[in-house]
Design a protein around this ligand. Structure first.
Ligand SMILES: [Zn+2]
Length: 503
């Protein structure tokens, strides 16, 4: 045994050390043998991954070749919707099976309403070994909130090369700077100290990684909150290993930051779409435009697409590792996103009042243990349906507080339409300044109320036939008056119901 450990040995040890944190000492083989009739569940979430930019869903760039390959063994949802437009409301909905106006995690950094803290997917799987990780602080807030039901909670910092001090990067978006300042303020209020969590080994690696970043990451190392760098492939590798080795049956929730802004793919993917012939559909600026030019949007879109290509590679690796270990044979694996991202109408990102398809349409693929055939579901489905579906598939009772339904083909699809709710900046308890999207069959209505951009109008409704017009170019509220008013009444009624307890 040499005195000095090689870097590989160091990393191995680091992996083992982190594994120790999520496996209780008494668990292990015996538990595996006793409970092997129950199937595991693993939800893999990629942050801000829009279904509109995925080749499997018709995008012109080949952004996800691995996903296309694996789709042959999955149930593929073609009209799946986030319940919120950014991490806080959308992730809370995914984890609670309730809409944002119910769980009330609406504003940046919110938790789920305290009275509902016991109503979450981790608790619903209380006979399973549960573990969870999120790169994104906003989703990590929920994991912390539900931590008493997550024996394998992994702190966000475990896979961050944390700086969290000076904002080093120059940035174009003031909103993001404000977000970072806010995030850090929350951490300070919690009395948070990174040094308690950061393994020494990672601290050492940070130096060399940041030094080597130019070579491995031509656009710079990816980071959360601007300067908390992370190494995507290390994180995936380590968490996949943990999923393979935890006691079964397990319920795992893994929330990865890519392809969220800043878009920084590894060198194999950086530049992959440079100079291609992709032409984005030209769209007029929205009333909520942020003034981004088509040239700027085109540039960001390309970086984003290249980061998706990186995500696709890493998901392929995760999938193959689960398969070769045999874990996949006993696991319901879910591939999805919390919300999407947009590059059109003068708007980049997802911190907008608008609820266009690139923001709200997210991928959902469910891999059934042992399944080798593809199924396609075209009816509109919601992120809030995931929890009841997974509970149903694993023989658990669906709690009465769940607002979703069991997804087709495993159950009946929801008859009442699919909602997305945004009220990020609403200072009041009742939703006064809000956007609500409702999808029913091939129609989507987006209702806006209370925004100063609406001018003299206090509300605005846009109607699209998303089946015939997926780019949302033909607004139909004047020509399809009856459909528009019918859907608007449903939205107004649901909004009134949701506001009632707060008036
Ligand atoms: Zn997000």
């Amino acid at each position: 045994m040499p005195n000095k450990l090689s870097r590989r040995d160091f990393l191995k040890l680091a992996g083992l050390a982190s594994l120790g944190a999520i496996i209780p000492p008494s668990a292990g083989l015996a538990a595996n043998l006793l409970q092997n009739d129950k199937k595991n569940v693993l939800i893999v979430v990629f942050d801000a991954l829009s279904a509109r930019n995925i080749s499997l869903h018709g995008y012109a760039r080949d952004t996800m070749p691995n996903l296309a390959r694996l789709a042959g063994r999955a149930t593929v949802y073609h009209n799946h919707y986030a319940a919120g437009n950014y991490t806080t409301p959308a992730t809370a909905s995914l984890l609670t099976g309730t809409l944002p106006w119910t769980h009330r995690a609406l504003r940046f950094g919110n938790r789920v309403k305290p009275e509902l803290a016991e109503q979450n997917i981790f608790r619903a799987f209380d006979d399973y070994h549960r573990f969870g990780y999120s790169h994104n602080m906003l989703a990590d807030i929920f994991l912390k909130q539900f931590a008493e039901n997550i024996e394998g909670y992994i702190p966000q910092e475990r896979y961050l090369l944390v700086n969290d001090g000076v904002i080093q990067n120059t940035f174009e978006k003031d909103a993001d700077i404000a977000t970072v300042a806010w995030a850090r303020e929350i951490k300070r209020q919690e009395g948070f100290s990174y040094s308690l969590f950061l393994p020494y080994i990672y601290e050492k690696r940070k130096e060399s990684l940041i030094k080597d970043a130019g070579r491995e990451y031509p656009y710079g190392l990816p980071a959360v909150n601007l300067d908390n760098y992370y190494v995507f492939e290390d994180c995936i590798r380590s968490l996949t290993k943990q999923a393979i080795e935890v006691p079964t049956p397990f319920f795992g929730y893994l929330h990865f930051f890519p392809p969220h802004f800043p878009y920084k793919p590894r060198r194999e993917f950086a530049g992959a779409f440079e100079g291609d012939f992709f032409q984005a559909v030209s769209k007029p600026d929205d009333i909520f435009t942020e003034g981004d030019s088509p040239e700027k949007l085109g540039k960001w879109r390309r970086y984003y697409d290249e980061f998706i290509l990186n995500v696709d590679y890493e998901f392929g690796r995760l999938f193959d590792a689960l398969e070769s270990s045999g874990v996949l044979d006993d696991t319901w694996l879910v591939f999805t996103a919390d919300h999407g991202e947009m590059f059109e109408r003068g708007i980049q990102g997802h911190t907008t009042a608008t609820l266009y398809q690139p923001i709200v349409r997210v991928p959902l693929l469910i891999f059934e243990p042992g399944n080798q055939t593809r199924r396609d579901v075209y009816t509109p489905t919601s992120a809030i349906d995931l929890m009841p579906t997974l509970l149903h598939l694993t023989g658990h009772e669906i709690p009465a507080w769940s607002e979703g339904t069991v997804l087709a083909p495993f159950g009946e699809s929801s008859p009442g339409g699919v909602f997305t709710v945004q009220a990020r900046n609403d200072p009041a308890l009742p939703l006064v300044t809000a956007s609500v999207a409702l999808v029913m069959d091939n129609y989507k209505l987006v209702y806006y109320t209370g925004y100063k951009e609406l001018g003299a109008d206090t509300e605005r409704a846009l109607l699209f036939d998303i089946s015939a017009d997926p780019e949302e170019l033909n607004e139909l509220s004047r020509t399809k008056r009856e459909t528009a008013s019918e859907m608007m009444n449903i939205v107004r009624q649901r909004l009134d119901q949701a506001n009632e307890p707060y008036l």
